[in-house]
Design a protein around this ligand. Sequence first.
Ligand SMILES: [Zn+2]
Length: 277
Amino acid sequence: MPEGPEIRRAADRISKALIGKEIIESNFYYERIREKEEKVKNKNIKEITTKGKAMLIRFENDWSMYSHNQLYGRWTVNLNTTRVKSARALRVVLKTKKHAVRLWSATNIDLIPTSEEDEHPFLKKIGPDVLNESCSFELIEERLTSKNFHKKKASTLMLDQTFFAGLGNYLRSEILFDAKIHPDDRPFDLDKTKITQWANSIKNISHLAYKTGGFTVSKSLADKNKANGESKRSYRHAVFMRNKYECLDCKSRIERKWYGKRKLDYCPSCQIQRAKV
Ligand SMILES: [Zn+2]
């Protein structure tokens, strides 16, 4: 499931293929952007950036392509000579002499003037991007304890894109375990030390996932869990998809809670509830 770190890694891959290169062909097949295609057709690309789970491809004539992959959109990068077969619907193709970059299946795509990015309905609403360098520990603490957010449950906050952009389901479980916070506690229920720990985990775990391609534990821990017969969807995490396994810290059994249709895995012994219920 693509969360902030996965989108940023996709942006890195696409940037490598496109930035500083001549675009020799570009096609926009999605209905909504086809009518504005002339604005950016065969224009070179200046930069590619992400805001949470959204990607912005900025063309040199100050137009931008906004895309949000939700759960099903997918970027691919191939050599131009590679024949690509896919059952997915092709939305966008950007070609250089060497590479072909394609966006598949996504339904949330827009072409907008770069100067109007901030007014885009999605970008307007979202909070700071956790992976952005300007997102400091202090800023995270400040938001955790702010009036807008301090009485919301941890399980809610960790998916709320207006709080921070880029967090998703696996990061939610992993961050709360790393900070040892119960999913039903609110910032309001916690002392200063706990808030600081939470802020650190938000930033550190997101960065770790970005650097490693979705791993939220050290390589040695992942290797150990792998050697014990765990599959990749569980050995790369500490608690997420590890329900029924032992907690890596205390040997209690990892448990699963459901919030809406989304699962959250946690250790009931390490993540003790602090709110009086
Ligand atoms: Zn534990």
